[in-house]
Structures are given as structure tokens and as C-alpha cells.
Write a protein that binds this ligand. Structure first.
Ligand code: GDP
Ligand code: MG
Length: 209
């Protein structure tokens, strides 16, 4: 194989209703394109509550992690949440369904080497207040767990991105059929993945004289 595609992964990305309403669709897509990642599927969907529920219906270990993350966030604020992590996660999931089904979203499958990690970095931390500058959550919103929890809603963080390869596999199936996912090459992939680009490039770049 002339290209090294051993590290290729796919991520399911959603520009959530607040991202669409804020006029950030182009901005978000540009970040993935500039990085060298490939959009292999894309559409606008107004998710039903059922579809949103499916998307946020996590396996128990993920729900527990979400609940524990919330308990830890509260502890940082000096509040001891004496609740079962699973119950907390269920409560957050309900809020998430309400948030996601509120309006149209842009759904995408993004492909490339280490796509899960790169896309998550570009999206930034879940909580905009502690996200790294340069990321979407840091640069485009002032929302926080403080405001969201105070108002009993999900944090409006503009973009969803799969947390792992396994999560992506499940999520992609919820949003896209096989036919909607395209198998094609991008011209830039020759530079990103070719095993002998340094050699072939030398011949191409040389002037004619
Ligand atoms: P993500 O994968 O980084 O988006 O985060 P999770 O999968 O853990 O949670 C899904 C979504 O739930 C996040 O994007 C937030 O919108 C919301 N969320 C997660 N944790 C909290 C929380 O502690 N409080 C509030 N209000 N919302 C949360
Ligand atoms: Mg997640």
C-alpha cells in the first residue's frame, strides 16, 4: 500500500443546535478541513427526541463516568453531591435530549489518522470554562458547568465529537446509513499519508528548465 492508513479512525461530529444558531457551521468545518481530516459524510438533521435519546443512551460504564465527572465538578465548587452516579447521568441525559432535539444540527463523519484524538482536541474540553484556548469550546462560547447546572440544563458547548473508536462506531450507525458514507481520496492525502512522498514530490516540484 502506497499510503499508510494503519492509524485511520472515524469520529461522529455534531454541530449542536447552538452551533448552528450561532452561525458557526462554516467555522467548525474549516477547522477539520485545515487539519487535513476528511469529511466522509455530512447532512443537516433536526433530531427527534427518540433519535437524541439513542445518541445519548450510553453503556453503563460511560454513564457512570459521566456521573462521576459531575460529582467531581461539584466537589470543586465545594458541594458534596450525595447521589448515585448512574442517576446523575440519567438526569443529564434527559437534559441533553432536550438540548439536541431543539433545532437542526449538522452531522458529519470525519476520517483521518488519529481522528478521535485530533477531533476531540479541536472541539476542546466539555466545559468551556476550562477548555484550552484555540479549541471550539474555549474560543466560541462563555457557557460553563456553573451556569448550566445553576439553570438545570446541559452545557451548551456547540459541538459533539465521539470520545472513542467504539463510541464512534455506535454513533455513526445512529446518524448515517452505509450509503451516506463516501469512500474517496482527497488530493492532500498524498502529502499526509504517502510512504514515498519525499521522493515523488522532488520530481514533481522541480521546474521544467
Ligand atoms: P463530551 O463527550 O465532552 O461532550 O461530554 P460527555 O459525553 O461527558 O457529556 C455529554 C454532554 O453533556 C456534554 O457535551 C455537555 O453538553 C453535557 N454535560 C456533561 N457533563 C455535564 C455536567 O456536569 N453538567 C451539565 N450541565 N452538562 C453536562
Ligand atoms: Mg461524550
Amino acid at each position: 500500500m502506497a499510503w499508510n492508513l494503519k492509524f485511520t479512525e472515524r469520529s461522529l461530529v455534531l454541530i449542536k443546535p447552538d452551533g448552528v444558531q450561532r452561525g458557526l457551521v462554516g467555522e467548525v468545518i474549516s477547522k477539520f478541513e485545515r487539519k487535513g481530516l476528511k469529511i466522509v459524510a455530512m447532512k443537516m438533521v433536526w433530531p427527534t427526541e427518540d433519535m437524541s435519546r439513542k445518541h445519548y443512551d450510553q453503556p453503563e460504564h460511560a454513564a457512570r463516568a459521566l456521573g462521576e465527572k459531575t460529582i467531581a465538578a461539584y466537589k470543586e465548587k465545594g458541594i458534596d453531591l450525595d447521589k448515585d452516579p448512574i442517576d446523575i447521568a440519567k438526569d443529564i441525559q434527559k437534559k441533553l435530549v432536550h438540548y439536541l432535539s431543539g433545532g437542526p444540527v449538522v452531522a458529519m463523519v470525519i476520517e483521518g489518522a488519529h481522528a478521535i484524538t485530533h477531533v476531540r482536541k479541536i472541539r476542546g474540553g466539555t466545559n468551556p470554562l476550562s477548555a484550552d484556548v484555540g479549541s471550539i469550546t474555549a474560543d466560541y462560547t462563555v457557557d460553563s458547568y456553573f451556569i448550566a447546572d445553576d439553570d438545570g440544563r446541559a452545557v451548551r458547548n456547540l459541538v459533539h465529537a465521539s470520545g472513542s473508536v467504539e463510541e464512534a462506531e455506535v454513533e455513526i450507525k445512529i446518524w448515517f446509513s452505509e450509503q451516506e458514507i463516501h469512500d474517496y481520496n482527497l488530493a492532500i492525502e498524498e502529502i499526509l499519508y504517502s510512504r514515498e512522498w519525499e521522493n515523488t514530490f522532488r520530481k514533481i516540484v522541480k521546474g521544467k528548465k
